[in-house]
Design a protein around this ligand. Structure first.
Ligand code: ADP
Length: 503
């Protein structure tokens, strides 16, 4: 899925997820297997022990038998005949020893040749002593190492049954053996083969192994399907990106029943595409507008130069033409400066020279710059009463440019005899600066676009301008954490309102 031609499958997310799930599954499975195996094994061994103890308990009457007589032996043999016939002589045995470890009677020991019935292999009661302890005991009592020493059957040795698991010569299976003393008369030993238990455990292990292989296969298939489905959304994003690379920005990532994360990714990707598409369009428009705006003054300068060459102009004409060239050059310089500002804003290259600024001062400065133009156009330009103590923190130069653009527009789009007013007041923790005119006004439709780059309302094409002033003013104000709004009515005038946070 993710492996386009040449990609390494082992490096794919799907492969890695599958491996991780398999590892986790294996670990959990074997933990469960271990617990079950242990408890089943314990249970089986407990059952074997319980059977052995049952046999031992059946012989308790021996403790009260006065002597070991032939009748006594007969009784014992009868009691065990049934068990032997049921279990089989290779799976179970019993032996009665007297207090000197001589065999009184036993079941058939044909399959139990390896049993050692001397004092070194028969444990003490109630503890289970090691061989060293037995040796010590024997040494202290008989001083003959390998003889069948008589171990005095003290009272405390008789109260418990000892259970031991042994391996005996000539047999592959393990044997569980119970030892029980009865008074001083005899020692009862019975044992069972644990082969059935081991066989059963082998079956359990095999079943678990088969189950593991089957479940592991199911897990791999499920994880494969699950990851494929889940990552389908990511695949769509990738395919869309490839399509866009080949065919352009018209494509979007489809999503419907995807998970929230994938939907989020697809939405974010589509939004990003939308933004890129808009930016590309803006870029195209901008290039066209720049070309257009550069062409006009350059064409004009070329025309003037051609006229001066061909028509032998007078000094007055030269002066006039030079004035025109200067005007066009100013337009070009203004345009180039605006474009440089835009480029700085877009690249985030602006280093704000922030300082504490008195709003009254900056507006008075702006007023003084534009007063001459308003006088020229016979427009009533007024600076309303502004509180001296309104301070903000910002970049003075950028604010001057923003206010300048707005005042310049107000004067540009207001006819002779009109009014342009500037006022500032504080409201809560911000200052509200309003530049109001009663000029041409802006239609509701146009108001939505005037902050876009190069946007100029059609009828204002006759008026000088690049369509960059408002978008720059807005960017400058945003840089100072402020905002700008417009209220306007066509034919009645416009108000541009700036909000800036107070210092
Ligand atoms: P321009 O360089 O054309 O002035 P701006 O971005 O400053 O570019 O303004 C965009 C357009 O918004 C202008 O072309 C004009 O149509 C309109 N506009 C801006 N300010 C005013 C105003 N005070 N009165 C009427 N129209 C305005």
């Amino acid at each position: 899925m993710f492996s386009t031609k040449g990609d390494n499958i082992f490096n794919s997310l799907r492969y890695k997820l599958t491996v991780w799930f398999s590892i986790i599954f294996t670990a959990v499975f074997f933990l469960i297997f271990f617990i079950i195996h242990l408890s089943v094994r314990n249970h089986l061994y407990n059952l074997s022990d319980a059977n052995l103890l049952k046999q031992v308990k059946r012989q308790l009457w021996l403790g009260y038998t006065p002597d070991i007589t032939p009748d006594f032996i007969k009784d014992i043999n009868e009691a065990f005949a049934f068990i032997s016939s049921k279990e089989g002589s290779s799976d179970v045995f019993y032996i009665f020893l007297d207090s000197t470890y001589r065999t009184i009677t036993s079941s058939s020991l044909e399959h139990w040749q390896g049993l050692r019935l001397d004092s070194t292999s028969i444990p003490f009661l109630p503890d289970k002593p090691g061989k060293d302890q037995i040796k010590l005991f024997l040494d202290s009592h008989s001083n003959k190492k390998n003889s069948a020493a008589v171990i005095p059957l003290n009272h405390e040795f008789r109260s418990h049954t000892i259970l031991q698991t042994e391996k005996i010569n000539g047999r592959d299976d393990k044997i569980r053996i119970a030892f029980q003393y009865f008074n001083n008369k005899c020692l009862f030993i019975t044992g069972v083969s644990l082969q059935d238990n081991e066989d059963f455990m082998l079956i359990v292990r095999r079943l678990f192994l088969i189950l593991y292989v089957l479940l592991q296969a199911v897990v791999i298939v499920l994880v494969y399907i699950f990851t494929t489905k889940t990552l389908d959304g990511v695949e769509n994003v990738k395919n869309t990106a490839i399509k866009i690379g080949k065919k352009g920005f018209g494509h979007r990532v489809p999503y419907q029943n995807e998970t929230n994360e994938i939907k989020g990714l697809a939405k974010a990707f589509n939004e990003m595409l939308g933004r890129i598409e808009r930016l590309m369009k803006e870029q195209k428009d901008m290039t066209r507008n720049i070309a257009h705006d550069l062409r006009s003054p350059i064409t004009s300068i070329r025309g003037i130069a051609e006229t001066s060459l061909n028509s032998h102009p007078s000094v007055n004409d030269y002066e006039f033409m030079t004035g025109k060239i200067i005007d066009n050059c100013d337009r070009l310089i203004h345009l180039i400066n605006s474009m440089l500002d835009i480029s700085d804003i877009e690249s985030g290259n602006f280093t704000l020279k922030t300082q504490r600024i008195n709003i009254q001062n900056i507006l008075v400065e702006c007023y003084e710059i534009y007063k001459a133009i308003s006088d020229e156009k016979n427009i009533k330009f007024r600076l309303q009463k502004i509180d001296k103590s309104i301070f903000i923190r910002g970049d003075k130069q950028l604010l001057q440019r923003a206010f300048g653009n707005l005042v310049d527009n107000a004067l540009k789009f207001t006819n002779t005899g009109g009014t342009v007013e500037v006022e500032a007041e504080t409201s809560s923790n911000q200052v509200k600066i309003c530049i109001r005119d009663n000029g041409s006004g802006i239609s509701k439709k146009a108001q939505k676009h005037i902050f876009e780059r190069f946007y100029r309302v059609d009828k204002s094409r006759s008026v000088d301008g690049s369509g960059l002033g408002l978008s720059l003013a807005e960017a400058y104000i945003k840089y100072q954490k402020g905002r700008i709004e417009v209220e306007s009515e066509e034919g009645k005038g416009s108000s541009f309102i700036i909000y800036l946070p107070l210092d």
